[in-house]
Design a binder for this molecule. Structure first.
Ligand code: 2HA
Ligand code: ZN
Length: 293
C-alpha cells in the first residue's frame, strides 16, 4: 500500500462515528435492560439477533477489518445451510453473557458479526471483547431469520426470552396452539390485533441443537411467536420494538391468566368480540383458532 492509501484509510477512520452511539447498539442495550428489569432474562437467559444495514454499519466500522472468525456453535455444519444469509451483518448477544450487564459493557456482551462467505462461520467486526462468541442459540436464530425473511422480507429481529408468566402458564395450561392462543386472546382486548397469527408451540426439546432450530424455523413460517414448552418464547419482527412488543403482549395476557386461572371465571371476551376487533384493526387472523362454528 502506498502513502496515499494510508492517508485515505486514516481519513476514513477519522470520519467514522463512535459505535457506542449507534442507534442499533443503544437500542440493543435498552432492550436487554428492559427485558432484564422485567425479570424475563435471569443470568444468561435469552438472546437477540438483529440484522443490520451494511451502509449504516459502515458509518461506524471498517467492514474490511475482521477481528476474528468464529465457527457456528453447536452445529452439524453439513446439515446447516445459511447460504441466503451469507454476507449479512447481525448484532448478536454473546453466549454466556447476562442481559443485566449489556448496557454497562456492550463491547463485551454484544458482537457485530457477518456471515462468512463459506456459510460455516461468522466474521467478528466488533465486540465480544475478551474472547466472546455468538449466543449458543445462534443456529436457531439464523434458521428463524431465513424462515421469516421468506414470508416477510422486512423481518430483521429474532428474540428469545424466558418471560415469567408465559412460562408459568406452560405448566398449567394445555400446550395446544389453538387452545393456548385462544386463552391469550381472551385475556387482553388487543391481543388478537397484536398477534392475529397466534402462537406456535413446540414440545420440550433440547436447546442449542439443529433439531430445535429446524422445528422453530418451521413454526416461524406460520407464526411470529413460538413457545418453547417449559423454557420460554421466540419472537420475530421488523424492529426490536415490534418484537419486544409481541413478547410483552403475550406475557401480559399470560399474567392476567395466571392471576385469574384459579378463580371462577365470571366474564370473558367473546369470540364475536374478537372478530369485531380483528375487523376494526384490519388484521388477518387465525379464524380456526376461534371456537365459533
Ligand atoms: O442463552 O436462553 O436457551 C441462554 C438461553 C438458551
Ligand atoms: Zn432460553
Amino acid at each position: 500500500m502506498g502513502f496515499m492509501d494510508d492517508i485515505k484509510k486514516a481519513g476514513k477512520k477519522l470520519i467514522r462515528k463512535n459505535i457506542l452511539g449507534a442507534p442499533f447498539v443503544t437500542e440493543m442495550c435498552d432492550t436487554c435492560a428492559n427485558m432484564y428489569r422485567l425479570g424475563w432474562d435471569e443470568r444468561n437467559g435469552g438472546n437477540i439477533s438483529y440484522m443490520l444495514d451494511e451502509k449504516e454499519v459502515a458509518e461506524y466500522l471498517d467492514l474490511d477489518e475482521v477481528l476474528r472468525t468464529i465457527p457456528l456453535m453447536g452445529v452439524n455444519a453439513a446439515a446447516f445451510d445459511v447460504s441466503p444469509l451469507i454476507g449479512k451483518i447481525f448484532i448478536v448477544t454473546g453466549t454466556g453473557k447476562y442481559f443485566k450487564n449489556v448496557k454497562d459493557d456492550p463491547e463485551t456482551n454484544l458482537g457485530i458479526v457477518r456471515i462468512a462467505k463459506d456459510g460455516k462461520g461468522v466474521e467478528l467486526l466488533w465486540g465480544y471483547e475478551g474472547g466472546g462468541r455468538t449466543t449458543s442459540e445462534f443456529p436457531t436464530h439464523m434458521m428463524c431469520h431465513m424462515a421469516r425473511l421468506a414470508v416477510d422480507p422486512e423481518n430483521r429481529v429474532v428474540m428469545h426470552s424466558h418471560p415469567t408468566n408465559t412460562l408459568a402458564m406452560n405448566y398449567v395450561h394445555e400446550l395446544d396452539e389453538k387452545k393456548f392462543t385462544h386463552t391469550l386472546w381472551e385475556m387482553c382486548t388487543e391481543c388478537i390485533a397484536v398477534f392475529p397469527d397466534g402462537v406456535g408451540i413446540l414440545p420440550w426439546m433440547l436447546c442449542g441443537t439443529n433439531e430445535i432450530g429446524e422445528a422453530t424455523s418451521k413454526k416461524m413460517q406460520e407464526f411470529r411467536l413460538v413457545v418453547w414448552s417449559m423454557h420460554g418464547i421466540y419472537g420475530a419482527g421488523k424492529t426490536l420494538d415490534e418484537t419486544f412488543g409481541l413478547i410483552e403482549t403475550v406475557e401480559k395476557a399470560a399474567q392476567i391468566y395466571m392471576l385469574t386461572a384459579h378463580l371462577p371465571r365470571v366474564n370473558t371476551i367473546k369470540d364475536e368480540d374478537m372478530v369485531k376487533l380483528a375487523e376494526l384493526f384490519g388484521v388477518k387472523y387465525r379464524k380456526d383458532f376461534l371456537d365459533m362454528k
